[in-house]
Write a protein that binds this ligand. Sequence first.
Ligand code: DQA
Length: 145
Amino acid sequence: LTLYVLNGPNLNLLGVREPDIYGRETLADVQAMCDAAADGARVVFHQSNHEGQLVDWIQEARNEADALVINPAAFTHTSVALLDALKTLSIPVVECHLSNPAAREAFRHHSYVSLAATGVIAGFGPRSYELAVRAALDLARRAGA
Ligand code: DQA
């Protein structure tokens, strides 16, 4: 099984960026948690600040991945391009957030990505990723991957 875990803008600064909201763990720590939660599945883990790069990885996942976890970060609330790319997938897609956007500013309450997500996990800090990885792999296995 292969799982793609994609991360959007500013998540490279995890650990130093607004730690009261996003915690002190780094993206490398999050990657290690994903590997540990993957239970033998192959995890392909990427971060980019660029929308088009994320679109390219989603398109790559069409042929390479059995499930996909994505934290689109700020693009969650803006990106029709990510939504359209995700709509081309037939694998489980889990939207993942460290914080709970529904409990924050109004502009974070709408997610374009949710329209193409199988489900959403938000608000558990870095553990959101652990839960998202487990959910995505569970869905993939149930689908027969
Ligand atoms: C985020 C929430 C988004 O609203 C924000 O723009 C981020 C991170 C999260 O993981 O909580 O950059 O996706």
